[in-house]
Every structure is written in C-alpha cells, then in structure tokens.
Design a protein. Structure first.
Length: 428
C-alpha cells in the first residue's frame, strides 16, 4: 500500500460543472484556494504519487492510505479555534503520517505573536503535537508562522517552504522589462470592499483596458441569468464600482486554473495589482510582475519570503503606473530556484516521490468547460438611465448617519435633523 489521501472535496484536475455551480462552489469556494491545491496535485502527478482527493473518516484512512495531506492555509488564527480543535481530535484517531502543507497564521500587524499565542497557543500546540505523534510534518508559508511555532513548540521541525502555488513551474523568472504607459494593461484583484476605496476605484477610470479578477463574490451575477435584476439590488450587493465594471464586462471569474491562466496570457496583461495573494501569484506564474497591496501578516509573510514587491493597504492616493515601474523582481529571480529546491526536498523527505513524469504544459490538462460568457448589455443600459449621483449621495449620507449613531461623527454634523430631512427628500 502506497497511497496518499489529499483531504479535500474534489480534484482540481477535474473540470468544473457550471450547470451545477452552486454545488461545485461549496466544495472549495474561493477560486484562489484552488491554485495551491492544483499545484500540489501537479507535483503528485509529476512524481507519479498515487493519490485521491476526497473526505474520508479515520477508519477508512487507517485501512486504505499510508499518508494524509491537508492544506488548511490560514488555520492558525483567532477565527479558526473550531478548526484547530476539529483537526486535533480527527488526527488523534489516525495511524498514518499527517502532513500539513501551506499552513500559516492569520493576524494583522497590530497583533503580536505573544498576543496570538495567548489566544490560540494551547489549541495550536495540541494540533502540532498530534501531527508529530503520527510521524508527520508541517510546511509553513512564511517566517512569521515559524516564529509562532517556535513560541509554542520550541523543538518543532517545521520547514518554511512558502506557498505551494508558487512551484507550478521550476524555472520561473519574471522579466523586469517595462512597457510604455500607452501599452500598460493591468489586472486588478481584491474584494468589493477593496475596489470601493477611492484610490482603487480611480484605477479603472485611468486604465479603461484594465479588468477586475474576482475570486468569490461575483459568481451569482456572472454565472446566472440576471436579465430581470433590479439595478438597485445590483448596486446594493456589488456597490456602484462593481456594478459599473459588470456593465462594462470588466469583471472575470475563473474556477479552472488552466482556463484562468490562459486567459491572462492570451489577453496580454502586463501587470497585476491588488490585495489577494493568489490573485497575484497566478499572474506571477504567467510571468507577469505583480505588486501586492496586503492587509495582514497572512499575505505579508508570503510576499517577504519570495521578495514579491508589496506594501500595506492605504487610503492615500496611488499612482499605479509608477508602482509598476518601481516593481523590482531581481531578488525574486535570484532566490526562486533556492526556494523551489527547498520545497521539492521537503516533499521528497516526506516520501512524496516517484519516477518523474513531466506535465508542465497547461494544455495537457483537458478542461471541457470554461466560464460562461454573460451578456451584460442590459446592466449597461439600466445603469445609463439610473440616477447614480443621487444614489451615491444617499449612500454617503447613510454612512454618515450610521457613524453618528455610533457616536463617531458628532463633530461632523451639529444638527442630526438636517441629515434626516435630506434622506427623506432624496429620491433616486
């Protein structure tokens, strides 16, 4: 018996059934999470590792498999206490080695390692020890997570390997050659909250050839018939900038990794920017430079490990083309081979080896369906005949009223009655 169970709901080498997408989406949800799973599977296939992607109870795992692989990306955070306990109880029943790949912390930089240790240190230590008792090991996403491990289990042997998503191709190098302003074609990633920021939403006006790559929020509108949808509902759910980009057909969502990558390459994008780590990594895999606008240490530690250009999210004005010009990938290029070999050595030391079977070409993975193309002309028509200025004004007034009720903006308006009257008489 030499079989690996990859503890996940579905293989990323199976194409997505968009006729039953709600069910498919529940399996993995965030499209970015499919990227590191796809890369892990690709490694198994290239090394002829027999594996299966499914969820099995402990009894079947003990009797059928000789290794278990889990990739819970951000399990070491305050939000994941139930997950920590679940995995500890589950792993304590296993008799096969358990390997955690691509795991890391999730915290903002105002929370120290000491604070995180107080919050989840005991639960995390139990999980770490449970894994080591099986003879398994941890591959960590970055050095901040390693610092956390050292604080709670000083004698741990966990290895910082970075994110498996980065290791889809061995000789990855990012060109430092820059294009002119007129040739500049950026792709943006993030969340609805992120693109609503004034300094981010302006990017789409400055660069009308830019597109927004969604990972989990626009699926309902992109994959369903919304020809009868009310513009007010779209604005409420997706914000004005989101609805505007939908009307311009500038929001894309891909749930199959090869289709996603091929779209980026075929459409000649030359820069990636945003807050999503995997939304930027997939562009890097296409040899397109990226700059990450991170919000927390979960993303920051990956960027620092690989020397991916990054800076903390800010509400200050930004010049995207200048950010692109200043993005330097020399250190990334110099160190990538070292990181790649470190990851491969970790995988081999864990026994994930076999006869090499090269499958580097994306087209060799046969995906029968790609993301359906939606006609958004009806949204464009509705938006063109909609009083957006009044809507935006009302939205701002509601926000201000909410702030007042919370006691955060008492100095901004002396008379609350004025605001209430404005809201009553404002019509859209």
């Amino acid at each position: 018996m030499n079989k690996v169970l990859y503890y996940c709901t579905k293989s990323c080498f199976e194409s997505t059934d968009y006729t039953n997408f709600d069910y498919e989406f529940r399996k993995i949800h965030n499209a970015g999470n499919k990227l590191f799973q796809y890369s892990v599977e690709k490694f198994f296939r290239e090394n002829n590792v027999e594996y299966k992607c499914t969820i099995e109870p402990s009894e079947i795992i003990n009797n059928t498999y000789n290794k278990l692989v889990i990739t819970p990306a951000n399990i070491f955070g305050k939000h994941a206490k139930k997950q920590l306990k679940f995995y500890t109880d589950f792993i304590s029943k296993l008799k096969v080695p358990v390997y955690f790949l691509s795991c890391g912390i999730q915290k903002t930089d105002d929370i120290s390692i000491k604070d995180l240790t107080k919050e989840i240190g005991t639960l995390s230590k139990k999980l770490i020890n449970a894994v080591y008792e099986t003879g398994g090991e941890f591959a960590l996403r970055g050095n901040i997570t390693k610092e956390f491990f050292n604080a709670i289990v000083p004698n741990n042997t966990a290895t910082v390997t970075g994110c498996p998503a980065m290791y889809m191709f061995k000789n990855l190098q990012i060109p430092n050659i820059k294009v002119s302003y007129s040739e500049f074609k950026p792709l943006i990633n993030g969340t609805i909250t992120y693109i609503k920021q004034k300094n981010i939403s302006k990017i789409f006006d400055e660069f009308p050839n830019s597109e927004y790559f969604d990972q989990d929020e626009f699926t309902n509108v992109l994959l369903k018939d919304l020809s009868n949808a009310k513009i007010e509902e779209l604005l409420e759910t997706y914000s004005y900038i989101g609805t505007k980009l939908l009307a311009q057909n500038r929001i894309k969502f891909f749930y199959d990794i090869p289709v996603w990558m091929n779209y980026i390459i075929d459409n000649n994008f030359n820069f990636s920017f945003g807050s999503r780590i995997h939304g930027n990594i997939i562009s890097i895999l296409c040899k397109i430079p990226a700059v990450v606008n991170y919000k927390d240490d979960r993303v920051k530690e990956i960027c620092e490990f690989y020397d991916i250009p990054c800076f903390k999210d800010t509400d200050k004005e930004i010049n995207l083309y200048d950010i692109y010009l200043n993005a330097d990938y020399n250190k990334f290029n110099q160190n990538f081979e070292k990181h790649y070999n470190n990851y491969v050595n970790f995988m081999k030391n864990c026994g994930f080896t076999g006869k090499t079977n090269k499958i580097n070409k994306l087209e060799e993975a046969e995906f029968l369906l790609s993301t359906p193309v939606n006609d958004t002309s009806y949204i464009k028509h509705k938006l063109a005949n909609f009083n957006t200025k009044a809507y935006i004004k009302r939205e701002k007034l509601f926000k201000l009223m909410h702030a007042i009720l919370l006691g955060k903006a008492r100095r901004k308006m002396k008379n609350k009655y004025i605001l209430v009257q404005e809201l009553k008489h404002l019509s859209i």
